[in-house]
Design a protein. Structure first.
Length: 177
């Protein structure tokens, strides 16, 4: 029995550093209460986008604490499947203090294709690890055949901006029940 007890003790001591490292990692991932909320300082999005084109929503935001965590959004409108469900796009490591770039929104078409009725509003806010949220931004859009997406306004007209993430919106043909 003493040999078995020694083996258990040795294995316990060997795994202890791994367990401590795992617990430390979990503690770091938990939201830390307090701090300053993120602030969306500028935003821009075309009000119309052509079928098949990716809609770009441009954002600039700052967080004095440097702990921006995710862009939380909903998309609701005519013909939107799963509309009002909250989704999120994680914010990459290098963008947690200052965010500058665009979200790429793609629309999936029903089997019958996209009709001119397809429209909606994307509402988003930025959450940080402290549980704080920015003010909400609302971006209405209509899907219209052959329209050219409006050019971004300053400060987003400089070119070379990075994609912050992708959003997929599934559309369906509404029924007149």
């Amino acid at each position: 029995m003493k040999t078995l007890e020694r083996i258990v003790l040795i294995l316990s001591l060997m795994t202890l550093p791994f367990v401590m490292a795992f617990c430390t990692t979990l503690a770091e991932r938990r939201p830390q209460p307090g701090g300053s909320p993120p602030v969306i300082t500028a935003s821009s999005a075309s009000k119309e986008v052509s079928h098949g084109d990716a809609w770009k929503i441009y954002l600039e935001a700052n967080d004095p604490d440097g702990d921006m965590w995710k862009l939380t959004y909903t998309f609701s409108g005519t013909g939107v499947k799963g509309g009002h469900r909250v989704n999120y796009v994680p914010i990459r490591e290098g963008y947690r203090a200052r965010l500058l770039g665009y979200l790429s929104v793609s629309f999936s078409a029903p089997k019958t294709g996209l009709a001119e009725w397809a429209s909606g509003t994307l509402t988003l806010h930025i959450r940080d690890r402290g549980g704080n949220s920015s003010d909400k931004g609302a971006f209405p859009v209509a899907l219209t055949r052959g329209v050219k997406q409006a050019a971004p306004s300053p400060p987003f007209d400089i070119g070379g901006l990075r994609e912050l993430g992708k959003i997929w919106v599934q559309l369906y043909e509404p029924r007149g029940d």
